[in-house]
Design a protein around this ligand. Structure first.
Ligand code: SAH
Length: 217
């Protein structure tokens, strides 16, 4: 019996798409080798789960390209004791990767049917350190704040102020910031009262729709 379906495809994905592009954190590479990405993609696209691409998950939404998941995770610099907030759960793949690397993940999803998919996927794999919340993630989730890491996985015109306010001292935030079609990957690091901002290349994400994102349209 194959106890680890598609492990060979995953290890090729990690070598050819992720390590070869400069991601070296061994914990991140191990998590990406472990988590069965194909379980987070509904048919028929699940057959393409280990290709170098984002894929549809239904409701007009996508699962991110594996390399972008790895890059954003590396930029977040996750540490074992961290409490992390993700905005845009999608089908839960990025949350699953984070949950292997930190203490607790809160992930917010605006579309209830998509949140249900994330919950089902995470439960099936036995992750019990992830809370999936339905709501407008541009407002953050003050109940679990402050966060050592915040990752926005949808495109935003600017970083929502409530998220900046919920970032702990020493915390890191990663987000695609820019237009509806194309964005720049931005990191913010809080050091006391000051914020260090840096830029990490172009990306494409679906829009962040909410009060402090692209508005509720
Ligand atoms: N993190 C996902 C990718 C999600 S795609 C992964 O692991 O692959 C972006 C998701 O953000 C979509 O599911 C979309 O519905 C959701 N989204 C958009 N605006 C949002 C908002 N204001 N709050 C929460 N989720 C939002």
């Amino acid at each position: 019996m194959d106890t680890n379906p598609r492990a060979y495809e995953r290890s090729r994905m990690v070598e050819l798409q992720i390590r070869s592009r400069g991601i070296s954190n061994p914990r991140i590479l191990a998590a990406m080798r472990d988590i069965p990405r194909h379980l987070f993609i509904p048919p028929p696209y699940n057959t393409s789960a280990y290709e170098d691409a984002p894929l549809p998950i239904g409701n007009g939404q996508t699962i991110s390209q594996p390399y972008i998941v790895a890059l954003m995770t590396e930029l977040l610099d996750p540490r074992p004791g961290d409490r992390v907030l993700e905005i845009g759960a999608g089908s839960g793949y990025q949350a699953a990767i984070l949950s292997m690397l930190v203490q607790h993940v809160t992930t917010i999803e605006r579309i209830p049917a998509v949140a249900d998919l994330a919950r089902a996927n995470l439960a099936e794999l036995g992750f019990n350190n992830v809370s999936v919340i339905v709501g407008d993630g541009t407002q953050g989730y003050p109940e679990d704040a402050p966060y050592d890491g915040i990752m926005i996985t949808a495109a935003t015109p600017e970083i929502p102020q409530p998220l900046i306010d919920q970032l702990a001292d020493g915390g890191r935030l990663v987000a695609p910031v820019g237009g509806r079609e194309i964005q720049e990957l931005i990191t913010l690091a809080r050091k006391g009262d000051s914020m260090e901002r840096s830029s990490h290349g172009g990306v494409r994400f679906v829009p962040l729709i909410g009060e402090f994102g692209w508005g509720n349209t």
